[in-house]
Each structure stands twice: as C-alpha cells, then as structure tokens.
Design a protein around this ligand. Structure first.
Ligand code: DX5
Ligand code: ZN
Length: 225
C-alpha cells in the first residue's frame, strides 16, 4: 500500500498558520492531519471550524480530520462543507448504532470514513464497523496531546487489525498516530500501517521537507527487508 505522511497541525506554530501550511505543502506531505479536541472526550481543547474553515480554503493538501469529541455525528455536514477528505471517529465516542450511522453518513457525504482505536481499545471493537471504513487509526499514544512517546506495544494490534482487514476489507488502510519519528516509523510500517501521522517530528524538525522525505524512506526501507 502507498506510504502516506500526514503532518499533524497540532504541532505547528498557531501564530503563523498560513506559512505553516505552506511549509507542510512544500515538504512533500500527502495529507494534513487536523486534531479536533473538545475537552470532554479528551482532556484538552485544540481547534474547531473557526480554524479549519479558513484553512480549507487556502490549502491543496487533503484534510484528514481526527475527531476527538463526544458527539462527532453533529459535525459531519460541516466537515463535508469544508471539503474534508477523510474523517476519523473513535469507536468508543458514541454507542455502536450511532457510530455505524455516522460512518455511513461520512461516506454518503463523499468523504473517507475512518474508525480509531485508543490504546486501551481492542482490535475486536472494530468488528461492527469493518465494512464501513476506508481507514483504521490505531493510536500509538493516549489521544489528547502531541509530543508523547510512541507505544511500541500497540504493534501487535496493528498486525491483528491488518489481518482482520485482509479478510474483510483488504483495500482499507491503517493509520498510526502518536510518537511517530524516524526511530519508530519502521516498526509501524512493518506491522502493517501505511498512513503515518507525524506532529513533533515534522513541524518541529529543522527542515520539514528533509523530515518528511526521511520518514518516507525509513518506512519504505522497513518494508524492503
Ligand atoms: C494526539 C493527536 C496527534 C498528535 C501527534 O492526540 O492525535 O495527532 O498531534 O503528535 P506527535 O507526532 O507529536 O506524537
Ligand atoms: Zn491525531
């Protein structure tokens, strides 16, 4: 599967969002990962539509929106309106029926739908949603904050999710998010992830372009051996 690098806007300099987005575009990144946090589903508040809407008008990068909110179903229409490319909701944010309906609504609105598993959530939790998603996000840190350490103990879950998808939904991609850097991306790629969210190790690198191409190379190298 195609390796995709998705810089996480959460690690950018919010005083200079437009130039930060240009930096991401020029780095060769594939997607722009946008973390929406409501202070309830996670113990932190990030940004919402007042930031995403103007940003969506100026960037050519597909927006990959990671909803860390208790009622993500409220925002599907608005996400479609701003032209989000993909929307990720957590499996435990709402009950099963509402999660099913929301994933369907995301797809019906023309966006890619993704389900996210926080570190404590097992792979089996995906079963009711497996045919409804274009991507599964396996969190490699507790959601809520950038700059945390990569949880290598999530790799067996990535492998398990890949095996489940190969049986039921082989075109579905696996994304990892949290602590991804040149020292960790290889093991995630080897385990079966192909979409890599990178906050600190992209926006906070001396050269974002060098960081993005280095990360891509590290993921490809891990797959070659
Ligand atoms: C954490 C967010 C991440 C975060 C990753 O809840 O979902 O997208 O920005 O940041 P790093 O790459 O610094 O761990
Ligand atoms: Zn994220």
């Amino acid at each position: 599967m195609e390796i995709k690098i998705a810089p996480s806007l959460l690690a950018s300099d919010f005083l200079h969002l437009e130039s930060e987005i240009r930096r991401a575009e020029e780095s060769g990144a594939d997607l722009l990962h946008c973390d929406v946090m409501d202070g309830v589903y996670v113990p932190n508040i990030s940004f919402g539509f007042s930031v995403l809407e103007p940003l969506s008008k100026i960037t050519r990068l597909p927006l990959d929106v990671h909803m860390m909110t208790v009622c993500p179903d409220r925002y599907v229409e608005k996400l479609a309106m701003i032209g989000a490319a993909s929307v990720t909701i957590h499996t435990n944010a709402m009950d099963e029926e509402r999660t099913v309906r929301t994933l369907q609504a995301i797809r019906e609105a023309g966006m890619k739908a993704a389900a996210a598993l926080s570190p404590k959530r097992p792979a089996e939790e995906l079963v009711p949603f497996i045919g409804l998603v274009d991507m599964v996000l396996v969190m490699t840190v507790e959601p809520g904050f950038g700059g945390q350490s990569f949880m290598a103990d999530m790799m067996p879950k990535v492998r398990e999710v890949r095996r489940m998808l190969d049986r039921e939904n082989p075109a579905c991609e696996i994304q990892v998010d949290g602590g991804i850097a040149s020292a960790t991306i290889g093991q995630a790629a080897e385990a079966g992830a192909n979409v890599f969210v990178v906050g600190t190790a992209s926006f906070r690198a001396d050269s974002m372009a060098a960081a993005v191409s280095g990360l891509r190379r590290a993921a490809e190298d891990a797959l070659r051996v």
